[in-house]
Design a protein around this ligand. Structure first.
Ligand code: FE2
Ligand code: FE2
Length: 478
């Protein structure tokens, strides 16, 4: 029986700070004449494509998000390299799906504007031409005068895809020798524009959609990035932006700038303000292609899997940061064709609003002799299971064909003396039977992905050959 859709899911290939131009790490070596040799070496496109081709999972919706600093200095040739790279990725299948240009989202970084130029048009010229040449007159991508001034857009695919993407430019005021060169700046005019656009989206479609914001600079400066002499180095008006995004239930904020991949949950609340919605995950992309890197780091990019279960009002986000390895295990440099990417960190978070526990009416009295018989049954249950108690946690599933993931394991109640030798988890004929052996998996972890609530049976086989059964019910809502 077909079931109503309860969730939206996207895979996002998130790159930042590629910095095409001098200092881009995939350039061929320079010869003695100072020119780059005409070597046939993998460029960033080939390198990332090879890495992406190794991903076997299949998903319906794959997005490409690039959070600024495509170039080193906003030169035309650098933008051409950026466009060639994006067009190259948009030609291939990633995770079994085509990243068409309508699923490519880009924001400018401080290196993408010509900050020596005073005139608005000259300041934005390189990025404007890049944007025009990349998207042409694709629907929703043609540049209006207002867009040219802002490079700030709400892309509403709430009805057809269950997706809303906000692109924000934070470098309007990146003029030379100003503090905003470091911090970035969000116009209040832009925020008004964004609010107006978001309010025009049907409220139910907006609630169900995955909502992602892209900007280049840091919306929140984390302590590890604080540098002397730069004041508070996060984008001007970030507080106003975060309030706005939180009001509209944004899930994910992607950015770049400091070439250091970090992520954290933004869940700040003020005692004076009403708390709005769920926490947001802020993901800073590292640099995918610059040789300018913080100490003890390398180049990286992110693969993000986001699943928004709108009925349950829970969102699961998994961020895999793929680091570029340019040395062998003896720390010797590898030839460029042997450079490879691998996971350096995987985080897996569930975002849900703080609703507080709803208290129902309960009539209470003290424990008395009449309760002893019932208490014996409870103690007997501990004994029967030899202090091995099954527990379950339910989160949104990252499997596209299922909604929820039940995570089961056995925990030992106090003074447990004996673990089963094997545990079997089953949940009816639609599920495989999962058997966990003590020597391989000593808390007998298993997961089932499922649609509706279900009863899970756990069967524990002990050393003496006796088998005990118990049951837990996995519900889709917390
Ligand atoms: Fe950068
Ligand atoms: Fe930057």
């Amino acid at each position: 029986m077909a079931r109503d859709k309860q969730s939206n899911q996207f895979i996002i290939v998130h790159l930042s700070d590629i910095h095409f131009g001098d200092g881009h790490i995939f350039l061929p070596d320079k010869t003695t004449s100072g020119e780059h040799a005409n070597e046939l070496v993998p460029d960033l496109l080939q390198s990332i494509s090879t890495d992406l081709a190794s991903m076997e999972q299949k998903y319906n919706n794959v997005l490409l998000a690039i959070t600024g600093d495509l170039t080193l200095g906003g030169a035309d040739g650098e933008f051409t390299a950026a466009r060639t790279f994006i067009e190259g990725l948009a030609k291939q299948k990633v995770f079994g799906a085509q990243i068409t240009l309508d699923k490519v989202f880009v924001v400018p970084g401080n290196h993408d504007v010509r900050f020596k130029e005073k005139e608005h048009e000259a300041f934005w010229k390189g990025y404007y031409n890049f944007h025009r040449d990349l998207y042409g007159s694709a629907p929703g991508r043609e540049l209006q005068k207002a867009d040219v001034e802002r490079f700030c857009k709400v892309h509403n695919f709430a009805d057809e895809l269950g997706l809303i993407v906000l692109e924000l430019a934070t470098c309007h005021h990146n003029h030379r020798e100003t503090i905003d060169l470091q911090r970035g700046f969000i116009d209040q005019q832009d925020l008004m524009y964004v609010e107006t656009q978001l309010k025009q989206i049907d409220a139910k479609a907006a609630k169900n959609a995955v909502k992602i914001a892209l900007l280049h600079h840091h919306p929140v400066l984390i302590p590890a990035f604080a540098e002397p002499g730069r004041n508070y180095d996060a984008v001007v008006n970030s507080g106003l932006l975060l309030n706005l995004l939180n009001d509209f239930g944004f899930h994910l904020i992607l950015h770049g700038h400091k070439h250091n991949p970090h992520s954290f949950i933004y869940d700040a609340t003020c005692g004076w303000y009403k708390n709005n919605g769920a926490p947001m995950l802020v993901v800073a992309g590292g640099s995918a292609g610059s040789e300018a890197l913080p100490d003890a780091t390398g180049n990286s990019y992110n693969l993000i899997n986001i699943r928004h279960n709108f009925e349950a009002n829970e969102t699961r986000v998994q961020v895999k940061t793929r680091g570029l390895f340019r040395r062998d295990e003896l720390n010797r440099p590898l030839l460029r064709p042997k450079w490879y990417w691998k996971n350096i960190k995987v985080i897996d978070r569930v975002l849900s609003p703080e609703l507080g526990w709803q208290y129902g009416k309960v009539n209470r009295r003290n424990f008395n002799d009449t309760d002893k018989e019932r208490e014996e049954l409870r103690s007997d249950e501990y004994k029967r299971l030899r202090q091995n108690m099954p527990v379950v946690e339910v989160v949104p599933s990252l499997r596209p064909d299922q909604e929820f993931e039940a995570r089961m394991r056995l925990v030992g109640h106090r003074h447990r003396k004996e673990l089963p030798t094997q545990v079997t988890w089953s949940a009816g004929d639609k599920f495989t039977i999962a058997r966990c052996l003590r020597e391989e998996n000593n808390d007998f972890r298993n997961t089932f992905s499922f649609y509706g609530p279900m009863l899970i049976q756990v069967s524990m086989l002990f050393e003496d050959g006796k088998e005990e059964h118990s049951y837990i019910y996995a519900d889709e809502h917390r």
